[in-house]
Design a protein around this ligand. Structure first.
Ligand SMILES: NC(=O)c1ccc[n+]([C@@H]2O[C@H](COP(=O)([O-])OP(=O)(O)OC[C@H]3O[C@@H](n4cnc5c(N)ncnc54)[C@H](O)[C@@H]3O)[C@@H](O)[C@H]2O)c1
Length: 275
């Protein structure tokens, strides 16, 4: 259903590791909608991911950059502007990692070296990216920066652990930097809070099947897929959403505003009664 709504736009897409990655879908949809993109991922993704295959498929340059390193982000932004032939119209931040979550360390016993890394990769990276884009005056007016987040920033999901704290910070950075970017450069920054999605990062969270099934039963529309998330990202990069900034936008089939669903009432009622 491509409508060329990103025709002539240039962007950078972070975080397409494999076909399941939300960023993979976003990259494909952006190109289908007429955009030119640069793909980027952590240097380690060259070994463990398939970003290279996507770059070939989309005929897009691939520049490896670690989001915790200013020099990597500097080089990425400078080279992207050169390769794409002009300033950027959109950037997708689709990056997250937590060793404490991956190694199932209880929230009450976090390893703080790992927590530093989690916050650096998953939250501060949006600030670093913003600062590099700002310093290079790399964004066109009315450009759009989107970062992906999860509702554990607002409500407790115990197994999401320190990632909840990182996501709260990420959403706050989007608001704070969004103010400055809006005022001075007419650029918008938003976070999209996505349903649980089967990806490498998602499936690393303990009890992910339960998260997924519970959210699916709770949401009037069911869980939002990676593909539909990509469509929302495209909309947020387009000129049709120019006055939306500093928002956390729920893309979750209605999960965030549902108290309980009929399906859950019935299944919990039955099990509580031993049925
Ligand atoms: N999957 C879900 O259930 C879900 C739900 C809501 C939000 N999100 C968010 O969506 C985003 C994308 O995750 P995903 O689910 O597609 O999983 P994913 O594992 O496919 O993507 C995570 C990406 O982060 C990259 N990354 C990790 N460390 C990096 C570093 N130092 N430098 C650069 N890149 C680095 C990885 O290489 C990978 O490409 C994350 O922010 C995640 O928290 C995911």
């Amino acid at each position: 259903m491509a409508n060329n709504i990103l025709k002539g736009k240039r962007g950078i897409v972070f975080g397409a590791l494999n076909e399941n990655s939300i960023a993979w879908q976003v990259a494909e949809k952006c190109v289908a909608e007429g955009a030119s993109i640069v793909l980027t991922n952590a240097p380690v993704a060259a070994r463990v991911g398939q970003t290279e295959a996507l770059a070939q498929k989309l005929n897009a340059p691939l520049i490896y950059a670690d989001v915790t390193k200013m020099e990597d982000l500097d080089a990425l932004v400078t080279q992207s502007i050169e390769l794409l032939g002009g300033k950027l119209d959109f950037v997708l931040h689709s990056v997250g990692m937590s060793l404490n979550v991956r190694k199932k360390v209880p929230y009450t016993e976090l390893n703080y070296d790992w927590m530093h890394t989690t916050i650096d990769i998953s939250a501060m990276s949006l600030h670093r990216l913003g600062q590099v884009l700002w310093k290079h005056d790399a964004m066109n007016e009315w450009g759009s920066i989107v970062a992906l987040t999860y509702i554990a920033a607002q409500r407790v999901f115990p197994d999401y652990s320190e990632m909840a704290d990182a996501k709260s910070m990420l959403e706050s950075i989007a608001r704070s930097f969004g103010y400055h970017f809006g005022k001075q450069k007419k650029v918008r920054i938003n976070t999209i809070s996505q349903s649980p999605t089967y990806t490498t990062a998602g499936s690393g969270v303990g009890g992910f099947d339960a998260f997924y099934n519970y959210a699916d039963k709770m949401s009037p529309l069911g869980n939002a897929s990676a593909e539909s998330c990509a469509e929302y990202c495209v909309a947020m990069f387009s000129d049709y959403t120019r006055m939306i900034t500093m928002q956390n936008l729920f893309h979750d089939g209605g999960f965030s505003f549902t108290g309980i669903s009929q399906e859950l009432v019935e299944s919990i009622g039955d099990s509580a009664l031993g049925k």
